[in-house]
Design a protein around this ligand. Structure first.
Ligand SMILES: *Cc1c(COP(=O)(O)O)cnc(C)c1O
Length: 376
């Protein structure tokens, strides 16, 4: 029987918290404190405490948080910043917007995150920073990356836009580098009612600089001490985020339960399930498998009402916008190979466990019907 399995379901997330969200939104509307109201500072403190960092500065997107972090560390024209070849465009775009050069590095085989050995090989006298991405919610190998950064005197800015609440050893994603960026795009593990983001850091000076930059470069009204951007987090979003932050650990736990069920039910199916590095607790923003016959499998699942997605189908260096970086196809073989094999399965906290079984069954059937359990 055909069942509809959406890729994500934000309505299912909203329903149980509707009354609380309504009250939080109404309070802001009633006070009309739309710009940098007290809810923004309150949420910043809650999120900083959640991550285990002393400072958090709310901004209007994850991309802005990355860009402002780079700029606050003085990164700009003439500098190079190392970014994984396998990531969402925003990681690279943040570097481009500062005027610095994007230097791409391939991922570690059997993972989707930066390969520290290749990072080391990509460092030049112009390298100023590394942006490890905790892609799909799985922390990057931060001990190795921080060790390289210390030896070469580099800044490390975590792209934690998919990793709200993930643990690396006993520390949260966002507390591992010099600074970190989170996105509150609605479909992220913690999402606003529109666009939003936050920068977290241990560095008070950087926090102060970003606080000024996001708000017209001012510390006091009409006294503009730094780049006068407008990248503020709206009060309405902060109010909604405070309500949702209280649920985040529970939602992440529910995602973990679904990921473990997928893992178990996909044994012997001929697809590659995600590896969890030792001493990490991923938050399963996405559940990504690899299949040799990916496009056929995707179509087969779609015929059975199952929505899947690709993260990401076209690597950064083969994007039309980034042709000027001078890379060619073949430069990042792991990223390129995986881009042809990856498939993101439905994943969200409210996803019924029966739906996970239905998806896993369909994958098992596809492989046995066609006898195409090709090695990946
Ligand atoms: C979502 C995301 C971003 C950017 O977030 P926005 O809030 O959409 O600007 C950056 N990096 C990664 C890896 C993301 O998934």
């Amino acid at each position: 029987m055909l069942q509809k399995v959406p890729f994500v379901d934000l309505v299912a997330q909203h329903q149980p918290i509707q009354d609380e969200v309504n009250r939080a939104v109404m309070a802001v509307l009633t006070k009309a404190n739309f710009i940098l109201g007290s809810e923004v500072e309150q949420f910043e403190q809650e999120f900083a405490a959640y991550c285990g960092t002393p400072h958090a500065v709310g901004v209007d997107s994850g991309l802005s948080a990355l860009k402002l972090a780079l700029e606050a560390y003085g990164i700009g024209p003439g500098d190079e910043v190392i970014v994984p070849a396998n990531t969402f465009i925003a990681t690279a775009a943040a570097v481009t917007f500062t005027g610095a050069k994007v230097v791409l590095v391939d991922i570690r085989p059997n993972s989707y995150n930066l390969d520290p050995e290749r990072v080391e090989a990509a460092i030049t006298p112009r390298t100023k920073a590394i942006i490890p991405v905790h892609l799909y919610g799985t922390p990057a190998p931060m001990d190795e990356i921080m060790d390289i950064a210390r030896r070469h005197n580099l800044i490390v800015i975590e792209d934690a836009c998919q990793a709200h609440g993930a643990y690396y050893q006993d520390k949260r994603a966002g507390s591992l580098g010099h600074a970190a960026a989170f996105s509150f795009y609605p479909a992220k593990n913690l999402g606003a009612a529109g666009d939003g983001g936050i920068l977290v850091t241990n560095d008070e000076q950087v926090a102060e600089k970003v606080r000024a930059m996001r708000n017209c470069g001012q510390k006091e009204k009409y006294h503009h001490i730094t780049t006068p951007y407008n990248h503020r987090l709206d009060t309405l979003h902060a109010a909604v985020l405070s309500v949702k932050l209280r649920r985040l650990d529970g939602w992440n736990e529910a995602r973990g339960e679904r990921a473990r069920l997928y893992n178990r039910l996909l044994v012997g199916s001929g697809v590659v399930t995600p590896e969890v590095p030792a001493n990490t607790v991923p938050v399963w923003h996405l559940y990504v498998i690899r299949a040799a016959n990916r496009d056929g499998l995707k179509d087969y699942l779609a015929e059975r009402g199952i929505s899947t997605a690709l993260h990401y189908p076209i690597p950064i260096h083969t994007q039309p916008f980034y042709q000027n970086l001078g890379y060619r196809e073949g430069d990042f073989p792991i990223t390129e190979q995986y881009a042809k094999q990856i498939l993101s399965l439905p994943m969200y906290a409210e996803l019924p466990l029966e739906a996970v079984e239905y998806v896993a069954d369909a994958i098992q059937h596809y492989v046995s019907e066609r006898q195409v359990a090709l090695p990946v």
